[in-house]
Structure formats: structure tokens, C-alpha cells
Design a protein around this ligand. Sequence first.
Ligand code: ZN
Ligand code: FE
Length: 257
Amino acid sequence: MNLIPLPAFQDNYLWLLQDGQRALVVDPGEAEPVFAGLRRTGARLETILVTHHHADHTGGVAQLREATGARVFGPAAETIPEPATHLVQGDTVSVLGLTFQVIEVPGHTAGHIAYYCPDVGGLPLLFCGDTLFSGGCGRLFEGTPAQMLASLDALAALPGDTRVCCAHEYTLSNLRFAKAVEPANAQLAAYTVACEQRRAQNQPTLPSTIGQERLINPFLRSREPAVIRAAQAFNGADPSDEAAVFAAIRQWKNEFR
Ligand code: ZN
Ligand code: FE
């Protein structure tokens, strides 16, 4: 099984998983990079998985379906290109001989879902759309801080070796912010060097892993004393209010340059 991040637009990745014969793609915001990926690998597109309704995740769905006959899956609570099978928490999708579990992760959008498979070539795999980024998380367009915190808690509870396939290459700018929150985090400094090297060679920083993100991502670390102190310093957030601390970090990131 081969996992390929197809670059699209400025900084999106359309994740292609293929075994040489069959393929699935996640969040095809445009069709052309997917057609090119399919030509390169010789695989036939069987399934399209959609995490949320934003155009940079759905813009290529109709064209890909027309050309390939691929089945489309997406969140129950959102409007996506039809016909599609609409999924809720606990549903499963069988594709390429794998079974993906649906995890509802509201926050970036109200109905956002993630797809988790415990065993792809021996390792767990997560497609998390715009919920979790390496070193960051999605903006709260439709959800509350408490919702996003609960969604990220659910993802953080997955096995540490879970490969995390995020939909954007935001890592370096996220890590600049993470350093402002936790300047003394040595793992964050080491990870930043590794990611800078990858970007300097024009390589993706992704997939990350859940274990790595737990060590360096301020949005998975909002109960760490250092992160709580930083949130307090930013806007006086009540250190005993988990959602308020998380909201402060998210607000700070929105304003960070
Ligand atoms: Zn989005
Ligand atoms: Fe996006």
C-alpha cells in the first residue's frame, strides 16, 4: 500500500492511497493532481473520502466521480457533492481491503469527520482534514473551543504510531507559533530542525504521528503547565477552565504573525 501526498493549490495535500490497482483519495479540492497521480501509479480510483464541505476539499469531487465512477463518502451533517454516502461517528468504510472508522471532529466545521484505520501495512493511519495539523489545528469557523478541544482529545487518544495525514502544509508557520507558546520545549526545537530540512528539500513534512504531535503541538498540550501559563499571560485565561485556555491559544494563533 502506497501513501502519496499530492500537492494542490498553494499548500493543500490530496492524499492518495493505492495498491497499484485500486486507489482512494481524500479531500480532492481539484481533480487534475489526482488524475496525474492515477496515471503515474496505474491505479483506478475506487473511493473518494471527504472530511468537510470546504471548496478546497471538495472542488474536484464531481469531475473525478464522472471520470472514474468512484464512490463518494462524506459527513452526514454537511453539504457535499451528491450522490454521496453520509457518515456518522462509529460508521465504517471498507475500501482497498481496509476498514476505516469514522470519528466526528466538530470545530473547524460543524460536521467535520476524520477517517482512521488501525492497520495499513502494519501501522495505524488517520486522515484528519483541517482538524489537526502538524504543530497546529484548524481555525474555528463553525465550532466552539470546547468542541475543538474534545475533537483533538479524541485524535490525541489514538495510538502514538498513528500516521497523521493533514490536508495542508502549514507545519513551519505552526511551529513558529508553537515556539512562542513553549520556548523551552526541546522536542519542539528538534522537530522544527527536521521539518526545516524537509522543506528545504521541497519534501512534505507530513505525515506526522500522533506521538510526535503530543510532544510538540500546543493544541494537544493545552493542559501542560507551560501552555496554561502562556495562555494566562496572553489574555488572563482562567487556568482552571480547559476550554478557556484552549480558546486563548487559538485566539493567540489567529493574531500571531
Ligand atoms: Zn477547511
Ligand atoms: Fe482546507
